[in-house]
Design a protein around this ligand. Structure first.
Ligand code: NI
Length: 282
């Protein structure tokens, strides 16, 4: 009883020392060696058991070992593409490439997702390196013409000129001619169909218009893209708006949460028919 009282007094003395006294103070009198109290730390115990288990795994399973300190509250859905692509949906970006396109390409790479870029000739000519990155990373590059006019209001020769100028800029950057034409504003007609056919390009229309150019709000863009998406669909966006580029992660995760997988047009439609309008896979 007396020993315990002395120990308590020593603890109280220590606690009463000024905060600035960081150096261990000399005890005013000998403190008895009290047995160290062992309180179990359940979380540490659980982590140790988990680590022991992971360390016991054969090396080939090592890559599945989780990083101990990196815990994300809700892990993002992984790629879900079915072997027959029956759950595929195409995400498409018009009017670029722009200064934001690299950021979008980074997000797509990080998420292991693919998209299509319907580029304008002047932008393609200004940034051929962006087209080469798109090509190298498995995205589809399509033709969005030269001057973004309503092709259905042009004479056949002018339609052909717009298509050829767009295709020429893509071929100059990548060495490949585009297989897809996206008529600006979706404005098409029989003349455009015929010119697209002559130039070996199918028309990429869309089934979901996110109206991202009007509604500059990432949450709205994401919501419009995901809620409207159906298997085989084509989603229209623009990689010239920061709000759209910033929504890309949300769009990809949202589609995957619905069981859909964002792919390029070339994956959605492996053999497009030149001159045909595609509003979806069919
Ligand atoms: Ni456009």
């Amino acid at each position: 009883m007396r020993r315990l009282a002395a120990a308590t007094a020593a603890l109280l003395l220590t606690a009463a020392l000024p905060v600035s006294a960081h150096a261990a103070p000399a005890a005013p009198f000998p403190v008895p060696n009290l047995p160290q109290m062992q309180l179990p730390n359940l979380q540490q115990e659980a982590e140790k058991l988990n680590n022991d288990f992971l360390n016991s795994l054969p090396p080939e399973l090592g890559s599945s070992r989780p990083a101990p300190q990196k815990r994300t509250p809700s892990p993002a859905p992984a790629p879900t593409q079915k072997s027959d692509c029956s759950n595929c949906v195409a995400i498409t970006y018009d009017d670029g490439p722009s200064t934001l396109t690299n950021q979008l390409l980074d997000t797509l790479r990080e998420k292991h997702a693919h998209a299509s870029f319907m580029v304008l000739a002047p932008n393609a000519t200004a940034h051929p390196e962006l087209l080469r990155r798109m090509q190298a990373e498995g995205h589809t590059i399509g033709n969005h013409t030269n001057t973004h006019r309503e092709l259905n209001k042009l004479a056949a020769g002018d339609v052909d000129g717009e298509i050829k100028a767009g295709a020429g800029a893509i071929k100059a950057a990548t060495g490949q001619s585009p297989r897809w034409l996206r008529p600006p504003y979706g404005a098409t007609n029989g003349t455009v169909d015929a010119a697209a056919k002559t130039n070996g390009q199918a028309e990429a229309m869309w089934s979901v218009d996110t109206l991202d150019w009007k509604d500059r709000n990432s949450e709205h863009v994401c919501s419009a893209a995901v809620s409207g998406a159906q298997p085989g669909g084509i989603i229209l966006m623009h990689d010239i708006h920061a709000t759209t580029v910033n929504a890309a992660s949300c769009v990809i995760d949202g589609l995957r949460a619905k069981g859909l997988e964002p792919v390029s047009l070339d994956t959605l439609v492996p053999n497009p028919q030149p001159g045909k309008q595609y509003y979806s896979r069919g």
